[in-house]
Design a protein around this ligand. Structure first.
Ligand code: LHQ
Length: 260
């Protein structure tokens, strides 16, 4: 399907979704919301897609909500905008049982920062920065920022960044464990694709169940987390890829995972 604000490309079981409103630093307007939701749904349903990469066109990853659109008449209330567009987007990313990498090519501000945080892994260009810009426009951190930021950075740093709206540069984000790798801008997509293709050859079902179990464990006590892990392991144990992994180990050869 052809989109206006999103580009979609496939290579070796990796789907790359590029936010494409470079003139507005890929800020979210209604069209980008609708098209990204559609592209994510399609990626989730397509069994050939075993890893997803989200990145931005031009010099930014995403500048969050399109503030100019907010000046228009008949706009949704902020609550309705979050309920109808942002919250479903973030939930789809967290519940999709495939690895999702944010290739953060430039500034990620406001809801664009949260979008990067909602992904499973972040690879950043040395030109990237993370800005909890909400306070700059008199808002609270939303679209899951209050959930992800303290968990990834600790409460103190999360409060500092959200109270001040100061930018966190890529190197500092890596030191804090928020970003897996920082690379020169020109190497970002090659480095990201190397990681993505490795994950796309991995046992996708086990990775998906790992994501589900870790999501759940964030709000469980140990007893409940152990029980949930056990249920997920029962499922993983019935996959082709588990059998293949064991067989390959015994035969001293690399496994050929199918993702099922
Ligand atoms: C933009 C934007 C933008 C439109 C740059 N909108 N045009 C959720 C739900 C409900 C409602 C409200 O909000 C939320 C969550 C949020 O996301 S709140 C936070 C919204 N985002 C921001 O406050 C960030 C606004 N942008 C900036 O602070 C700067 O642009 C950053 C720091 C991202 C980059 O700064 P610069 O590199 O200096 O670029 P710039 O400011 O010159 O922007 C370049 C162009 O992009 C410019 O357009 P122009 O026509 O003048 O060249 C900007 O107007 C446009 N742009 N962000 N969010």
């Amino acid at each position: 399907m052809a989109y206006e604000t999103v580009l979609v490309a496939d290579a070796h079981n990796v789907r790359t979704i590029t936010l494409h409103r470079p003139e507005a630093l890929n800020a979210f307007n209604a069209t980008l919301h609708d098209e990204l939701a559609d592209a994510l749904k399609a990626a989730e349903r397509d069994r050939a897609v075993r890893c997803l990469v989200i990145t931005g066109a031009g010099r930014a990853f995403c500048a969050g909500q399109d503030l100019k659109e907010r000046l228009g008449e008949n706009e949704l209330s902020l609550g309705d905008l979050l309920r109808q567009r942002y919250n479903p987007l973030i939930l789809r990313i967290r519940t999709m049982e495939k690895p999702i990498i944010a290739a953060v090519n430039g500034v990620a501000a406001g809801a664009g920062c949260t979008l990067a945080l909602a992904c499973d892994l972040r690879v950043a260009s040395d030109k990237a920065s993370f800005v909890a810009a909400f306070v700059r426009v008199g808002l609270i951190p939303d679209s899951g920022c209050t959930f992800f930021m303290p968990r990834l950075l600790g409460l103190g740093k999360a409060l500092e960044l959200t109270f001040t709206g100061d930018a966190l540069e890529a190197g500092a984000a890596q030191s804090l464990g928020m970003v897996s790798r920082v690379v020169p801008g020109e190497d970002l997509m090659a480095t990201t694709m190397e990681l993505a293709q490795r994950l796309a050859q991995a046992p996708t079902r086990a990775i998906g169940l790992t994501k589900r179990a870790m999501n759940r464990a964030l709000s469980m006590d140990l007893e409940a987390a152990l029980a949930y892990e056990t249920d997920m392991q029962e499922i993983a144990g019935r996959t082709h890829d588990h059998k293949e992994g064991v067989q390959a180990f015994v035969e001293k050869r690399p496994p050929q995972f199918r993702g099922a």
